[in-house]
Design a protein around this ligand. Structure first.
Ligand code: NAD
Length: 336
């Protein structure tokens, strides 16, 4: 197959070429897929995209005109695709449903530990010869209550790791997972989880139902000083409401690996640019906010699995095999 790989970085190229073994003709494009860059895909029957590539109705139409038959996502989430339009155009979508839930779960726990004990600040202080402890006070995780919203593959692993710290684990999910209960988690309604949790960690997909699941009302219902962690999708959080919560000190601390408007920022070196997103810049001014740029998935194991599954998805399509990783419109709607 002739594959146009969008949003490709050197690491994508390295892992995809290793998995591909010259089976498919891969062409790597650094730009993100948008309506403007879709013309690069003309003549390629397959395009391969990542989390911030734009697959709205207009872009899909342009891709279809250029001959795109298959879209291979290098990620699990498909919130950036107009599935109805793709189905109308007869474009097949395949994804990588699981590549390493450990990568994201471990990063989530890393954020919690770093934010709580202020390790990111301590690192700079000590290098600067400042050994003062003022402002570095944390709390024991032992006996704290952690609320996990979305108890699928990643949420359950976060819960398991935090159980090892002696945390009490509450969960909220539309589709309860028996594994969560087996490891000692307790399912409660969302409101109760929000009210009782010292730490709230988001692990559900972004759907119309979960859009801004953290909003002024949830923030108001939360415990004073709650720690909020989002390694799932940016738009699960109403960022402006969270900034208000941080200013009023209702929210004690915030860790993000994803951000509502991240498509214009993440995965690029903008250190010499003037960042125009005032909301993001405001977040960076808080001493109790820790942000990473969508790197939770970024482990050797995850990149290997993403590349292997993506290549095998493309091969399945080429050979006319049933692809178990196909994103079907009806199933996606039913799973919401
Ligand atoms: P998963 O499908 O195994 O689990 C998601 C869980 O959310 C499921 O149990 C599902 O029932 C639940 N859910 C769905 N709708 C819900 C709702 N309205 N309310 C509450 N729960 C709901 O997915 P996963 O592999 O655990 O991944 C979770 C999320 O992590 C993904 O959707 C993706 O957005 C994000 N992710 C982020 C990164 C990163 O690098 N930061 C990497 C991979 C995945």
């Amino acid at each position: 197959m002739k594959v146009a790989v969008f949003s490709s970085k050197p690491y994508d190229q390295k892992f995809l070429e290793k998995s591909n073994q010259n089976q498919h003709e891969l062409t790597f494009f650094e730009p993100r897929l948008t309506l403007e860059t879709a013309s690069l895909a003309v003549g390629f029957n397959t395009i391969c995209v990542f989390v911030n590539d734009q697959l709205d109705a207009k872009t899909l139409e342009k891709l279809a005109q250029g001959g795109t038959k298959l879209i291979a996502l290098r990620c699990a989430g498909f919130n950036n695709i107009d599935l109805k339009k793709a189905s109308e155009l007869g474009i097949i979508i395949v994804r990588v449903p699981a590549y390493s839930p450990y990568s994201v779960a471990e990063h989530t726990v890393g954020l919690i530990l770093t934010l709580n004990r202020k390790l990111h600040r301590a690192y700079y202080r000590v290098r600067d010869g400042n050994f003062s402890l003022d402002g570095l006070l944390g709390f024991d995780l032992n006996k704290r209550t952690v609320g996990i919203i979305g108890t699928g593959k990643i949420g359950v692993i976060v819960a398991k790791i935090l159980t090892g710290f002696g945390c009490k684990i509450l969960g909220y999910d539309l589709y309860p997972n028996p594994e969560f209960k087996t490891m000692g988690g307790e399912y409660v309604p969302l409101q109760k989880l929000v009210k009782q949790s010292d730490i709230i960690s988001l692990h559900c997909p972004l759907t119309p139902e979960t859009y801004h699941i953290i909003n002024p009302e949830t923030i108001n219902n939360a415990k004073d000083g709650v720690m909020l962690v989002n390694t799932s999708r940016g738009a699960l959080i109403d960022t402006k409401a969270v900034i208000k919560g941080l200013k009023s000190e209702k929210i004690g601390s915030l860790a993000l690996d994803v951000y509502e408007q991240e498509a214009d920022l993440f995965f690029e070196d903008l250190s010499n640019e003037i960042i125009q997103d005032d909301t993001f810049q405001r977040l960076l001014t808080f001493p109790n906010v820790l942000i990473t740029g969508h790197q939770a998935f970024f482990t050797q194991e995850a990149l290997t699995n993403i590349a292997d599954t993506t290549i095998s998805n493309i091969t399945d399509f080429e050979q006319g095999n049933t692809c178990t990783n196909e994103v079907k419109l009806e199933k996606a709607v039913a799973n919401r």
